[in-house]
Design a protein around this ligand. Structure first.
Ligand code: 1Q0
Length: 212
């Protein structure tokens, strides 16, 4: 992946994360998120506290995947099965990574919730339902904000106001001129939606949606 953000690359990674049997592969899922971090970074330092948190979570997942138990982290489904069987979902000492007190499931749950925000936000932008700052905070209040304490909600609110207007924003996606970028965005929404729904069902089936 190049250093420059490209929306298409993000879509491709999330698309590739889906297997024929609707498993979600960890490596491609993480790759998709890495692309989103590049975009966050290109938006400026106000968004640094957000990208830092995402980078942190990605590095936990990468170290689990690269650790001695890495084979269990091939997909989200195998991760859930493994951590449930080994009593690791709530954290505890993690033999796989040497990291203590974390679990792959709770770490990924945070990203999963953020994916819902992204799906709502990008949907709104692609349908031109408002300016990026407005749509961003609307999507946030409909999703992630419920899981955040007041101090994070207010920091997020301040950051949203620094988002660029629609056209400069669309240009940052590196997906061509605005009309073309809108089309690419429109294509991104169902892909993110599918990844989100499969994860949501998986977590819900195993009662993992409220992991601390
Ligand atoms: C573009 C602006 C990005 C706005 C993102 C919305 C989320 C804002 C809230 C972020 C708070 C981050 C600080 C840390 C929070 C953690 O406490 C929390 C819980 O973790 P833990 O370990 O404490 O239990 N972490 C999270 O909830 C994860 C939050 C991840 C946010 C991921 C945002 C990904 C953004 C991608 C940029 C895409 C922009 C697309 C633009 C295209 C539109 C034309």
């Amino acid at each position: 992946m190049s250093e420059e953000f490209s929306l298409q690359e993000v879509i491709d990674s999330f698309k590739l994360s889906l297997s024929d049997s609707k498993e979600i592969f960890m490596d491609q899922y993480v790759e998709g998120w890495r692309g989103l971090v590049k975009l966050l970074n290109s938006l400026g330092s106000v968004f640094g506290f957000i990208s830092k948190d995402v980078v942190n979570k990605l590095s936990i997942l990468v170290s689990l995947r690269g650790g001695p138990e890495g084979a269990h982290y091939l997909s989200l489904q195998s991760m859930v099965q493994y951590e449930l069987q080994s009593g690791l979902v709530e954290g505890g000492d993690h033999p796989a990574s040497g990291t203590r007190g974390v679990s792959g499931c709770r770490t990924l749950l945070r990203l999963h919730r953020a994916l819902r925000w992204l799906q709502l936000f990008l949907g709104g932008v692609s349908r031109d339902e408002g300016t990026p700052p407005t749509l961003c905070s609307l999507a946030y209040s409909q999703s992630l904000s419920q899981h955040h304490p007041w101090v994070i909600r207010s920091a997020a609110g301040l950051a949203f106001r620094m988002l660029p207007p629609r056209d400069p924003f669309l240009r940052m996606l590196n997906a061509g001129e605005p009309p073309q970028a809108v089309e690419v965005l429109g294509g991104a929404v169902p892909v993110l939606g599918e990844v989100y729904t499969i994860t949501e069902e998986l977590y819900s089936k195993h009662d993992l949606l409220n992991l601390p």
